[in-house]
Design a binder for this molecule. Sequence first.
Ligand SMILES: NC(=O)c1ccc[n+]([C@@H]2O[C@H](COP(=O)([O-])OP(=O)(O)OC[C@H]3O[C@@H](n4cnc5c(N)ncnc54)[C@H](O)[C@@H]3O)[C@@H](O)[C@H]2O)c1
Length: 452
Amino acid sequence: MTSATLDAGPSAATFPAARTDAPPRRARRRYAVVGTGQRARTYVDGIGEHADVADLVALVDTSPTRLRHHADRVRLSGRAEPALYAAEDLDRMLVDLAPDVVVVTSPDRTHAAHVATALGHGADVVVEKPLTIDAGGMYTIADAVRRSEGRLTVAHNYRYSPRNAALRQVVADGRLGDVVSVHFEWLLDAAHGADYFRRWHRDKQSSGGLLVHKASHHFDLVNWWVGDAPETVYARGGLKFYGRPQDAGERYAPDLAADDDLRALYLDAAHEDGYRRDQDPFAPGATIEDTLSVLVGYRDGANLTYSLTAHSPWEGYRVAINGTRGRAELEVVERCHATPGLPGRLGTALDDGEACCPTRPRGARLVVQEQWGTTEEVRLPAEHGHRTGDAALLRDLLRGHLDPTSGGPDADPLSRRAGLVDGLRAVAVGVAGNRSLATGQVVPVSALGTRL
Ligand SMILES: NC(=O)c1ccc[n+]([C@@H]2O[C@H](COP(=O)([O-])OP(=O)(O)OC[C@H]3O[C@@H](n4cnc5c(N)ncnc54)[C@H](O)[C@@H]3O)[C@@H](O)[C@H]2O)c1
């Protein structure tokens, strides 16, 4: 494999380390949420759950219906209704209300501009993953951070999942010695995977494809587990499953009307902008891949072999980390099988737990084996999934600033709070991977033009 010769992109820039002279933060902070679709709910509700330290002052979106839906939910929960702003009035909202923090939960293609605008007004920013979708966005955000007093956090919630944190702890404790390789397979079942082919994610210009949109979670985990920066990327993949019509189309057709939230957010709003939440995942026109294999070289010499399948019969992941002193293996079954045809469920997914798949029940298992030693299973807390990670992320985001000596971001021995460099490194693998897919070459991350 040879390195690609690519346009250098914007000139490389150097960015300062995290500020240590940040002004003391107020106990109560005022939040604005930009992009009020499905993910926004986590923050809108989360701010309500931490109402002793957080106020929601504004919502911003292109859709009046989705704005109204979230505002009504806030009012019905007994809180003061936030001000509502159209997307083109983001600047005006920032001047009018001067929120302390702007949370960006709009589609991936819009993140760079929203982050730069909010930082430009001096607000702190929490941006959903992926930080951005391309090299231009990486540069825009890095430059905006350099110019701003605001602090940027990337909401990498997978770091807050206890099983992922436990693996980080094993590496940090030195039990594996120096990490030399990581082998990581992520499986989305056909219920969940299809959802990325129903709406804007299916367009690479909007989402960066699954290598950016989805795998940025996974590359962030690897970067964080091994504490290293990606250097070169080689990727192969394609649209192998959703690219061809299936004879079981109804299994993939969610009934949005059967769920109050989905109906209010999408069906009732479709007349405004034509946003269809339930497109046929097999319809022609998807420009993203559903099957991906990636080889990443790390600065300190470790290699990552990674694969993503978005049409598996079960959902979960397997990761193995090999070091000079031992090996750790984390295996997670999030859903052992998916059931089609459940009304109101986007993924038409159901998992009855142990009863339905005794050979591969839902759960997580972390095993460490040191060289010449026997295996040891690391005890994991009973809960595992997305919700636990989100709850811990929210606690850190909304309360962590209050007392850095007791659980605040600066006191976290596992460094879960992700900032600019973490966000850049997480998307750099996918952005370089997309170039590799297009050129068939190995792509140095330095070719993206932003120093990591
Ligand atoms: N960390 C996680 O686990 C997780 C889970 C889901 C989504 N996300 C991220 O959250 C973001 C939103 O995802 P979603 O599923 O809620 O999408 P969505 O399509 O449901 O919501 C996006 C909202 O943004 C609005 N919007 C579109 N263009 C806009 C603009 N220019 N300015 C302001 N608003 C605009 C849309 O009208 C819509 O209401 C994505 O970046 C996604 O990657 C993260």
